[in-house]
Design a protein around this ligand. Sequence first.
Ligand code: UDP
Ligand code: MG
Length: 132
Amino acid sequence: MIIKPDASSRNLIGEIIRRIEQSGFVIRAMRLETLSPDRAKAFYAVHKERPFYESLCRFMSSGPIVPMVLEKENAVDNLRTLIGATNPKEAACGTLRYDLAVDVEKNSVHASDSPENARKEIAFFFEGIDLD
Ligand code: UDP
Ligand code: MG
């Protein structure tokens, strides 16, 4: 998971971590980092043909983010449920994005969408980490 710049700039890092821990996730690694524009582009390379890509990469490099490694049974599905739909207007009541997100771009958090991508994204932010 990543806490995005719109959340860090509104002092919501603690609130998001509180919700994550309360939902039973264990934080295995965490860091504060500001992405360079090139690093943001690399992270979101899968979206490079999408119309929102340039703006998304500018936003993601606009301030501090908090990448973290979370552990839980069925973590990917559980976390996607906890954060809600990409667009906060479509997110279920009580989800993190429903409660905290600004709009479809500034939606406060990123969560991996599969175990395979989670593995890649963990390697992107925590090179050489051993999670066994
Ligand atoms: N995004 C955007 N406009 C859109 C769709 C997505 O700005 O119409 C941004 C948003 O920040 C989103 C990110 O691009 O979180 C990645 O999009 P994806 O479809 O992977 O959504 P997610 O997996 O984050 O829910
Ligand atoms: Mg995604």
